[in-house]
Design a protein around this ligand. Structure first.
Ligand SMILES: [Zn+2]
Length: 268
């Protein structure tokens, strides 16, 4: 046998004796025993119990001081827990933690209080917790896929009897033409405008699509973004483009550009 092995039983016996003595001390001090139980239960779940963790730090400091005052060199730790399964419990630990927090200094108590409103506020701050609302529908969409304007409203032109009554989208013949809002379509032929589609919006405003090559919807209700016709150069036109007008209810043509901009869309 090695000298070390021979010494082990003696050390173990000494440790056992020391434990028995410390248990007797704790039995004599019920308050200290409760706090020790708190340590055993709260320390493994420090992450889960923020308040208990703060309390445990405070209590452990006090316990260490008591242990040193009692002449013991080793503080009580969780390693002793298996020997004392009957000591304390989760409920006792919680109660002790609350008492410890209540008895603790202002710093400890305020730290514990500050965490609770924070944790409670998280669910309401979560953007995914908002009521289920559909994404905001745009007020208007482009009448053609491509941004960019040609002739603007009010410009003088060689082939207009008066000033230009709309805006031109310089896109290729055959390009799709879309309903800028929900509404109702009607179609007609005009010597100047050629084949034209008129979209009547819910508020009575009319959008005029002119110089078309062909219709997709001749008549009836359409939804915003629906393809209603195809770009052409019919009527008084020098080449394929979409001539687009806005005519508020009971009004002549107005400049479509500010109408688009006021509805949140820049067609340029
Ligand atoms: Zn035009």
């Amino acid at each position: 046998m090695a000298p070390d092995a021979a010494a082990r039983p003696t050390r173990a016996e000494l440790r056992l004796a020391a434990r028995e003595q410390s248990r007797a001390e704790r039995r004599g001090a019920a308050k200290a025993a409760t706090r020790t139980a708190l340590l055993r239960v709260a320390l493994p779940s420090v992450a889960a119990l923020g308040v208990a963790a703060a309390a445990a730090v405070t209590v452990q400091g006090e316990t260490d001081q008591r242990a040193q005052a009692a002449g013991r060199t080793a503080p009580h730790t969780a390693a002793e827990a298996p020997d004392n399964p009957a000591d304390g419990g989760a409920e006792a630990a919680k109660a002790a933690a609350q008492q410890a927090v209540a008895a603790g200094g202002p710093t400890q108590a305020s730290r514990g209080d500050a965490r609770q409103p924070l944790a409670g506020a998280q669910p309401t701050d979560d953007p995914t917790a908002q009521p289920t609302a559909e994404p905001a529908k745009p007020k208007v969409v482009m009448p053609v896929a491509q941004h960019g304007l040609g002739e603007l409203f009010g410009e003088a032109g060689t082939h207009w009897a008066n000033r230009h009554t709309g805006i031109d989208f310089p896109v290729d013949g055959g390009s799709q033409v879309m309903a800028v809002t929900d509404g109702t379509i009607r179609t007609l032929w005009n010597p100047s405008y050629g084949y034209m589609s008129i979209l009547k919006m819910p508020d009575g405003t009319e959008a005029w699509y002119c110089h078309l090559r062909a219709y997709k919807v001749r008549k009836g209700p359409v939804k915003q973004g629906d393809v209603i016709a195809f770009v052409g150069s019919s009527g008084n036109s020098t080449g394929p483009h979409l001539h687009f007008e806005i005519r508020p209810a009971g009004s002549g043509p107005v400049d479509p550009l500010p109408w688009f901009l006021s509805n949140g869309l820049d067609p340029r």
